[in-house]
Design a binder for this molecule. Structure first.
Ligand code: SAM
Length: 268
């Protein structure tokens, strides 16, 4: 049975419980911080009357532009996947990619609980997750309002989806909220992926699975200058299992498509 998103949320300021105040806002029961409801998503970043934080990098500015978001799923994502995988390497289709996450997360119709599509972008995987676990609640979270507007259209009619605007640097959920967290195609945009692993670990219930995909450093890539100019940070694949283990995760699994890779780990 899908739950109301207010039961999953926690105040990004004081970690207090959140309740729905009206159709237009949610409120923290401890510090009274208001979170507006905008275009079908709860905005846990914007505070009424305060300026919104600016996108920190060129890549993130794209993720917030109307034009790029309108082309994202049909053109932008497949193009960058080919580019970063290394042209000539086969990359999985959207459906094949979803099957990888779905198998690792063990999504099926019998599963209830709550599932997070972290940095959900235009909502393709949020929609597929919601279809795979119709008895559960699926939350799509992103920092980009434009992506969330696109995700709302993608998931229209899915009564078990809630969309939340939030920041991976401090996710607005209580500890041990989610049965699984899916995080495709996004780690390369985060300033501190290791901090994201720690946030995901905090949010997972014991036994919960974390799946993600991103690009690996290869011999031709990843100058510091490139990271500074674009904001895209590739992962050192040789160091990844150790980092995840240091966070507390176990049972590391990996699949590679050229320089693109997907992995899964479990919270014991
Ligand atoms: C390349 S898109 C991937 C979207 C989707 N998961 C997919 O696989 O198609 C990366 C997403 O990460 C989001 N993102 C970047 N920085 C973030 C942050 N600090 N917190 C939450 N999401 C963030 C962007 O807004 C963007 O929607």
């Amino acid at each position: 049975m899908a739950v109301n998103v207010s039961e999953l949320l926690a105040c990004p300021q004081c970690k207090g419980a959140i309740r729905r105040q009206s159709d237009q806002a949610y409120v923290c029961t401890e510090c009274s911080r208001l979170s507006p409801v905008v275009d079908g998503f709860v905005d846990m970043i914007r505070e009424p009357g305060k300026p919104d934080p600016a996108a920190p990098t060129t890549a993130q500015k794209m993720m917030e532009s109307k034009l790029y978001v309108s082309l994202y799923e049909a053109v932008g994502r497949p193009f960058f996947a080919r580019l970063f995988a290394g042209f000539g390497n086969a990359i999985p289709s959207y459906a094949e990619e979803f099957r990888i996450y779905s198998d690792w997360l063990k999504l099926d119709e019998s599963r209830g609980g709550a599932w997070l599509d972290l940095s959900c972008g235009g909502g393709y995987f949020t929609d597929k997750m919601a279809g795979a676990v119709p008895e559960a609640t699926v939350v799509g979270l992103d920092i980009s309002e434009e992506m969330l507007r696109s995700a709302r259209k993608e998931t229209v009619g899915r009564t078990n989806v809630s969309l939340v605007r939030g920041d991976v640097r401090g996710l607005p959920f209580a500890d041990e909220t989610f049965d699984g967290v899916n995080n495709p195609g996004s780690l390369h945009l985060y300033a501190d992926p290791a901090a994201a692993y720690r946030e995901v670990f905090r949010l997972l219930k014991p036994g919960g699975v974390y799946t993600a995909s991103t690009f690996a450093i290869n011999e031709r890539t990843s100058s510091r200058l490139g990271v500074k100019a674009t904001g895209i940070r590739r992962t050192d694949l040789s160091a990844l299992p150790g980092e995840l283990e240091k966070t507390g995760f176990v049972n590391y699994r990996l699949v590679k498509f050229g320089s693109i890779f997907a992995f899964a780990v479990t919270k014991p």
